[in-house]
Every structure is written in structure tokens, then in C-alpha cells.
Write a protein that binds this ligand. Structure first.
Ligand code: ADP
Ligand code: MG
Length: 479
């Protein structure tokens, strides 16, 4: 490569870095990490930028969701740019090794067919063993009954992709879905399993909670039969493990999970894992396990919005009607519930059911007044409550840190200062005492919290930029 070509290549990267910074600012960290960060720029010729995506699915997603922004920012940073095209070029990951053991050419535009070959299972477990292993699926948890909105569209799209793909989806293996309780993770996993079982019954799908995985493993240990335990998984095409955070701190289960995981990825089986937080934020899980979990597609389900909650309530009513019931719930009551029950979907559904049951039991009409009466305690607990965890999450996001940094003992300024801000905001926005707040920050002393509060107050007076940060965060937290 000549010297001038080298400079050109470097400057293209620099422009791309600036384009990416714009994209990150516009779409936020989560979307950026999932969809935009994996893209690479390969050339700029005659006003046309060539971008490559690691999988066809990602390419499609990027083209439908981000192409306009890509064009806009490229053109902004490099006015000669007229068009942006996205191509598929898998990154060289071990998954790309074909059965013959040859690495796909890194330069070729590879289609997904290279992933289709799947090693024959070495040992096939008897079907009933597999049946036993898999937890039963809730028949109501299908894609049809899942209401899609902004907070869950990414997780939904990824789940559909995995369910519909006849073979393991490159770039989506593992699919890691995370988010708070009651936001639809289990629903999506069951939906994947239902879909595969009906459209492609030959594929063996196993769904189990991490807890059950551990229980099975311990039982195998006790019966000195860990070989059989391992072999059960060998013939599985799709393994789904729900609530992986459960194995935190359980070292031998983690070890086994890790081996199972690797064996399945090697034989090109699809993995779908859920957790209550992102792989990098999981605590008590070994680094190598975390890094493996985040290797494919990481999709989060966010807290619900009003629109999504209302959509879910309406869909529940429709389902009841389809089942022959005739629930008489005025639209106003649905809107009232969607406004008031903001914690999660499980509580929202529970509230609707309670109102219906109560009304029919006492023979009264469903109105806003009766709803308020039936749900008095629930409504009280759903009054907007800010938690220390919410604050830690917002602050970590704002300063580009991990939530785990909020609990760590690291003293470097870049971590310690945001942690002090989070402590200050916890004091300001929650009713927690100083010792309680300290405990939530990795077991710190109440004097540490007191010091943090003072420090932040001082800095707000002396440093305008810092004050703006704190004010912005306060606004976001107060909602
Ligand atoms: P999680 O596993 O994230 O804790 P679940 O999947 O168990 O949550 O969901 C809790 C309840 O809320 C379930 O009854 C599920 O059907 C319902 N639910 C969650 N999200 C949605 C959605 N987007 N559309 C319809 N129902 C939903
Ligand atoms: Mg769940």
C-alpha cells in the first residue's frame, strides 16, 4: 500500500468514527451497540460509501431503520458522499469455521448458506428424556399475543428472526434478551419455542430456567451421571435458558453451563438466553461466561410506555372476546389503568383481571370509580416511585459507565465522581436512609454517602458544567 493510500484509509476511518458518534447520540447506546457498532466501512468511491454488516439480518435491519441517518451523517461529515450501501460480510469469528474446518474467506461476501451445515448429534437422547428436561410452555405466550412497541421491538424482531430461521442465525447466536421483571422475556422465549415446534417439529427445542438447569446438573452430580447430563444436550438444536442471573455465584453450575454453551455453539445449535441485566452487568458471573453471553445479539426490553400498556390491555380484551367472553370495560378504564399501573406488564394484566373478577363478583359495572375502589392498594404502590437502582442506571448511562461501577470500590475519578452523583440523587429522590443508600452502592458506609452529598453540593456551586449535568439528571429522574 502506498503512503497516500494509507492516509486515505485512515481518514475514512476517522470520518466513520465521527458518523458513528452522531448515530450514537441520535439512537442511544443500546441501539448503537446492537446495530451500528458492528458495522464497518470498507470504501468510499465516486460518492458511494460501502458499509459492511456481519449478517444479512443485521443488514436488513440497518437498511430499514438507519439508512437515512447513515446518509445524512455521512454527507454532513463528507459532502462528497451521495449514497450509502450496506453489504454483508461476516466478521471472522469462530462460528464461521465450516464443518470441513476451513475458514470462510474474510474478503468474500458470504451468504448465510455456509451456516446451514450442522454436525450430526453424536449421541441422541431418547425423546422422553428431552421432554422431561424441558419446562412446559405457556400456550398463551405466542408471537400473536405479544404486543410490539418501541420498548420491545428490538427483542421481538430478534426473537422472530431466531424462530423463523431454519438454521442457527449467525450474528444472533446466542440471542441474549434482558430487562426488568414482567416485561415479556419469558413470553418471547416461549413464543420462539412454540413457533419452531409448529413450523419445524424436527428441530429439538429445549426451554428451561437456569434454576432448573442447575437442579438437573446437581442431580446428575449426585447420581454420578454427569456424562448423561451432558449428552442430553448434544442433540438439542435450540437451547433456551431463562433467567441466567440465577446461576450467579454458583461456580460449578457456571462451569457446566459454560461447557454446555460452548459445545452447542460448536455444533451450531441456537442458544437463547435471558437475564435481568446485560451480560456485562451481570454480577457473580465469571468474565469468560459474560463475554460469551454477549457474543451474539444482545437485545433489551425497556420499561413499557403508555402506548404499549394501552395496546396490551386492548389486546387482552380482544383475546377474551375471541374466547367467547364479553368483558365490558370502557376505553376510559383501560386508559386509566395504562396511566396508573406502570411497574410492569404482569401487574397490569393482574390489575385488569382483578377489576373484571371483582366487578362480576359483586355485580357492579366497571367504571373509573369502581376500578379505583377495587385496586386501591395496587394504585398506591404504583405511585411514581424512583428507586436507587433507577438512579444508578440513569447515571451510569449518562457517564457511559457500567451499572456495576456504581457498586465497585474503584476510586478513579471517572468512576468515583458519577458514583457520588448517584448517591446524591438517591438522597434527593428516594426516602432511603444514608446507611440504606450506602448498602445499595456495594456496601459503603453512611459517612461515604454523606461525604458524597456534600461534595456534589459543593461542586454544583463551583462548577457550572457539573451543575448542568446534575440538573439534567435530576430532570430525567423526576420524569
Ligand atoms: P419476564 O419474563 O420479562 O419477567 P413475562 O414474559 O413473564 O416477563 O411477562 C409477564 C406477563 O406479561 C406475561 O403474562 C406476558 O404474557 C405479559 N406480557 C409482557 N409483555 C407483553 C407484551 N408485549 N404483549 C403482551 N403480553 C405481554
Ligand atoms: Mg421471566
Amino acid at each position: 500500500m502506498t503512503a497516500s493510500a494509507q492516509v486515505k484509509a485512515e481518514s475514512l476511518e476517522t470520518v466513520w468514527d465521527r458518523v458513528k458518534a452522531h448515530l450514537r447520540a441520535e439512537f442511544g447506546d443500546a441501539a448503537f451497540r446492537s446495530w451500528l457498532k458492528p458495522l464497518t466501512v470498507s470504501s468510499l468511491r465516486g460518492g458511494q460509501v460501502m458499509i459492511t454488516a456481519p449478517t444479512r439480518f443485521m443488514r436488513e435491519w440497518v437498511v430499514t431503520h438507519y439508512i437515512d441517518a447513515l446518509k445524512r451523517y455521512w454527507n454532513l461529515e463528507e459532502p462528497s458522499v451521495q449514497s450509502v450501501d450496506v453489504f454483508v460480510k461476516p466478521t471472522a469469528q469462530p462460528q464461521l469455521v465450516t464443518l470441513a474446518g476451513q475458514q470462510e474467506q474474510a474478503s468474500g461476501l458470504v451468504t448465510e448458506s455456509v451456516f446451514e451445515a450442522k454436525a450430526a448429534p453424536i449421541v441422541t437422547a431418547a425423546p422422553d428424556v428431552l421432554e422431561q428436561l424441558s419446562a412446559s410452555l405457556d400456550p398463551r405466550f405466542t408471537f400473536d399475543t405479544f404486543v410490539v412497541g418501541k420498548p420491545n421491538e428490538l427483542a421481538y424482531a430478534a426473537a422472530r428472526r431466531v424462530a423463523e430461521s431454519p438454521v442457527v442465525s449467525p450474528g444472533c447466536n446466542p440471542l441474549f434478551i434482558y430487562g426488568g421483571v414482567g416485561l415479556g422475556k419469558t413470553h418471547l422465549m416461549h413464543a420462539i419455542a412454540h413457533h419452531i415446534r409448529t413450523t419445524n417439529p424436527a428441530r429439538k427445542v429445549i426451554y428451561l430456567s437456569a434454576e432448573k438447569f442447575m437442579y438437573q446438573f446437581i442431580r446428575a452430580l449426585r447420581m454420578k451421571d454427569t456424562m448423561a447430563f451432558k449428552e442430553q444436550f448434544r442433540s438439542v438444536d435450540v437451547l433456551m435458558i431463562d433467567d441466567v442471573q440465577f446461576i450467579a455465584g454458583k461456580d460449578s453450575t457456571q462451569e457446566e453451563f459454560f461447557h454446555t454453551f460452548n459445545a452447542l455453539v460448536d455444533q451450531k445449535s441456537q442458544l437463547v438466553i435471558s437475564g435481568d441485566r446485560s451480560p456485562s452487568d451481570l454480577e457473580g458471573i465469571e468474565e469468560r461466561v459474560k463475554s460469551r453471553l454477549g457474543w451474539g445479539l444482545v437485545a433489551d426490553v425497556h420499561a413499557t410506555t403508555y402506548e404499549l400498556r394501552l395496546g396490551i390491555l386492548q389486546s387482552k380484551i380482544e383475546q377474551m372476546q375471541n374466547n367467547g367472553a364479553n368483558p365490558d370495560v370502557p376505553q376510559k378504564v383501560l386508559e386509566f389503568l395504562a396511566h396508573k399501573i406502570t411497574s410492569n406488564v404482569r401487574e397490569l394484566e393482574g390489575a385488569l383481571n382483578r377489576v373484571l373478577a371483582h366487578a362480576s363478583l359483586v355485580g357492579r359495572e366497571v367504571t373509573i370509580e369502581t376500578t379505583q375502589e377495587f385496586l386501591r392498594d395496587l394504585l398506591r404502590s404504583n405511585e411514581r416511585k424512583v428507586t436507587v437502582e433507577d438512579i444508578q442506571k440513569k447515571v451510569a448511562e449518562h457517564y457511559n459507565l457500567k451499572v456495576s461501577d456504581m457498586h465497585s470500590a474503584r476510586r478513579s475519578r471517572t468512576v468515583a465522581r458519577p458514583r457520588q452523583v448517584a448517591m446524591y440523587l438517591s438522597k434527593k429522590f428516594t426516602t432511603k436512609s444514608l446507611p440504606e443508600i450506602g448498602r445499595k452502592f456495594g456496601g459503603k458506609d453512611h459517612t461515604t454517602v454523606m461525604h458524597a452529598v456534600k461534595k456534589v453540593e459543593e461542586l454544583c456551586l463551583s462548577d457550572a458544567e457539573f451543575r448542568e449535568d446534575v440538573e439534567l439528571l435530576s430532570k430525567m429522574i423526576a420524569g
